[in-house]
Design a protein around this ligand. Structure first.
Ligand SMILES: Nc1ncnc2c1ncn2[C@@H]1O[C@H](COP(=O)(O)OP(=O)(O)OP(=O)(O)O)[C@@H](O)[C@H]1O
Length: 260
């Protein structure tokens, strides 16, 4: 379980990123966080693995405080949390396999990983992860030879090789076209269902949020203003989260800004 207890984040300069958040996410949930740009979605997501440090309150992962964790304990907690970024964050000149093996770095000494000495167990995990996202045949290609969608699937495989029990995905499909977007979301959903990995995703398309989430959390000005099922998240609810009517650009199936 991920638990926020009275969590606030104030950025230097005074911007409130999170305002007194209380939140519990149960194992195996597929949570989608929605809200306008600047609402605090990234801050919320990145607080979970301490990519952003919070200002007050406490965050617990499986009952242990990650907020007060240090050194080895923090590293062990962090390696259980996979992170997926909009920009994929792969080493572009390395092979797909090496990128996936990077998920094992938290388990091995720096010396061994620098030399590329990965035991069979790690290789098995890496190949198994690539298989799950249908990327096995690309294992020896360079990451920069792949399409955006394929690169994102490699980053999902890296999180699987990491044996993450939680996956955080910050706008994972924002750089992808509609078809590839669905493939990546389908991968995340399949992994969530088959492996029970708790998944927390920031998205800005409301139809995708409804389609994939088991729970939608609406954020506005650093506060949770909606927390419910996809069925409860009607257009009116989204308008309330956004503080304005939903625009067609917020639907994947809809027109883009330029086309309006
Ligand atoms: N490093 C920073 N320094 C100062 N203010 C920041 C910083 N990062 C974010 N903020 C501010 O905190 C608020 C929340 O930002 P956050 O990135 O969490 O929003 P978001 O909902 O993820 O938006 P987007 O969809 O545009 O990424 C915004 O007002 C933003 O300008």
């Amino acid at each position: 379980m991920i638990e926020f207890r009275k969590v606030s984040k104030v950025y230097p300069g005074g911007t409130v990123g999170l305002n007194n958040i209380d939140l519990k996410i149960e194992p195996g949930e597929f949570v989608v966080i929605v809200g306008l740009s600047g609402a605090g979605k990234s801050t919320l997501l990145r607080s979970i693995n301490r990519l952003h440090e919070i200002t007050s309150g406490e965050i617990f992962i499986s009952g242990k405080s990650i907020t007060s964790a240090e050194g080895r304990q923090l590293r062990v907690m962090r390696r259980g949390i996979g992170m997926i970024f909009q920009s994929f964050n792969l080493v572009k000149r390395s092979t797909v396999l090496r990128n996936v093996l990077a998920g094992r770095v938290g388990y091995r000494s720096t010396f061994r990983t620098l030399l590329g000495l990965f035991p069979k167990h790690d290789m098995d995990l890496a190949f198994g992860a690539l298989k799950r996202v249908n990327m096995l045949e690309k294992a020896y290609q360079r990451a920069d030879q792949l399409s955006g969608g394929q690169q994102q699937r490699v980053s999902i495989a890296r999180a699987l090789a990491q044996e993450a029990t939680i996956i955080l995905a910050d706008e994972p499909v924002a750089s992808l076209d509609p078809l590839t977007t669905r493939q990546v979301m389908d991968d995340l959903q399949r992994i969530n269902r088959e492996m029970g990995i708790t998944t927390v995703v920031n998205l800005h398309y409301i139809d995708l949020a409804r389609e994939y989430a088991t729970r939608i959390i609406g954020v506005r000005a650093g506060e949770i203003v909606f927390d419910g099922t996809a069925a409860e998240a009607t257009d009116d609810v989204f308008s309330a989260i956004y503080g304005r009517p939903v625009s067609e650009a917020e639907r994947l199936g809809g027109k883009t800004d330029e086309a309006i």
